[in-house]
Design a protein around this ligand. Structure first.
Ligand code: SIN
Ligand code: CO
Length: 379
């Protein structure tokens, strides 16, 4: 269990998306939840994103996993870093690191990335479009952070794949020791240099751009066959200048675009499905054989614990909602059973005893679907 020595409400008010900060001793007596060997083990797996970055002799190189076991036989002792994404999906002790941050929206949360860095290892100066908390585990790293990017930094690609910037003047320059934490809002350049072999944990929160929202919204319209209507302008007047787009036609086209963005139900549903999509693979195992409704009823009658698969994004839009959004899909709950949405979305697990009432057929059917998809499993 990890205890964070900060007040999240005060942190949000002073720092969130405003300025970077180092919080010394954010975790008292911090004990690493994972070892360097276990991280190397995860990087062998096909479903897990990993990278190995080296800056030996000032030559940047980046290799992507999955790696062969032999890759780790004779690694250099300095100037390298192994990065594994979404360790919280595969390693339950690492997932415990998320608990102290539960007052931040889980629908913005992406993953816990774990870095093992040898002395002098790092990924160079760069800018992320993420809010990130970097927790220092074992070892020591020096972190520098620069002023927010307003176009003053020159981006370069190193080693074919590493997005870096040429450099920056520091507004923060501190050595992080076990239990210290650095928060960096999107757009602030930063660089970590390793002083002593280190483990660090980056909790990333998405910060969607307008471009992303609009382009995914267009995908959503196509996928759901919404707005497949052609321009309709039966009152088209004769033109004297055939190269000009007439005001009336321009207005018809603008109206078509606005109409797509005016339907709140469509937009709400799009946003919720979008935000409930995980960016990283999860350890989802579909039920085999599938549960029948009768078996679900039996589980509900016993004191069964329903565990959510690690990293699954589950959310709802309002207290009165009869829908929940899971892994990019919408599921319906009977209006009489609304209270179950909070059990499913706000908690990592719940017990059948928490439900207190007999569920309606529609809700039981949804529970059956969720468990057959492998999104929840019986502990
Ligand atoms: C690192 O630990 O060097 C990479 C983490 C980051 O900069 O976001
Ligand atoms: Co970064």
């Amino acid at each position: 269990m990890f205890t964070l020595n900060i007040n999240i409400a005060e942190f949000l008010e002073t720092y969130w998306q405003k300025k970077p900060v180092v919080i010394k001793n954010a975790f008292k007596d911090f004990v690493d939840p994972i070892s360097a060997e276990e991280i190397a083990g995860l990087s062998l797996e096909e479903m897990i994103d990993s990278r190995f970055v080296s800056n030996k002799d000032s030559q940047w190189t980046a290799q992507h996993g999955p790696f062969e076991e032999s890759f780790f036989d004779d690694l250099p002792e300095t100037h390298c870093q192994l990065i594994v994404q979404a360790c919280n999906h595969w390693h339950s002790e690492t997932a415990q690191l998320i608990e102290p941050f539960k007052q931040l929206p889980q629908w913005l949360f992406d993953d816990v990335m774990v870095c093992y860095s040898a002395p002098h290892g790092g990924v160079g100066p760069h800018i992320d479009q993420y809010d990130v908390f970097i927790i220092q585990g074992q070892g020591k790293r020096e972190w520098k952070v620069g002023a927010k990017d307003i176009g003053q930094y020159q981006e370069i690609i190193q080693g074919g794949a590493l997005r870096q910037i040429e450099g920056f003047d520091s507004i923060i320059d501190e050595i992080l020791q076990p239990g210290d934490m650095l928060y960096i809002p999107p757009g602030f350049p930063h660089e970590g240099t390793t002083l002593e072999a280190s483990l660090s944990y980056s909790l990333g929160y998405r910060s969607p751009t307008e471009q992303e929202l609009l382009s995914h919204f267009a995908d959503h319209l196509i996928a759901h066959d919404i707005g497949n209507t052609h321009m309709h302008d039966p009152a088209l007047p004769a033109q004297t200048q055939h190269g000009q787009v007439g005001t009336q036609s321009l207005n018809v086209l603008k109206q078509m675009l606005r109409k797509a963005l005016e339907d709140d139900d469509v937009i709400d549903r799009f946003i919720a499905t979008q935000l409930s999509q995980s960016r990283h693979q999860m350890n989802i195992i579909e039920a085999e054989p599938e549960y029948s409704l009768e078996e679900i009823d039996q589980l509900l009658m016993q004191n069964t614990v329903w565990e959510k698969v690690a990293g699954l994004k589950t959310l709802y839009l309002s207290e009165n909602s009869e829908q929940l959004f899971v892994n990019g899909e919408c599921f319906d709950i009977d209006s009489k059973d609304k209270q179950i949405i909070s059990l499913l979305c706000d908690q990592e697990s719940f017990s059948s005893d928490d439900i207190h009432r007999e569920l309606q057929p529609k809700t039981r059917h949804t529970l059956m679907t969720l468990i057959n998809l492998g999104y929840w499993y019986v502990a």
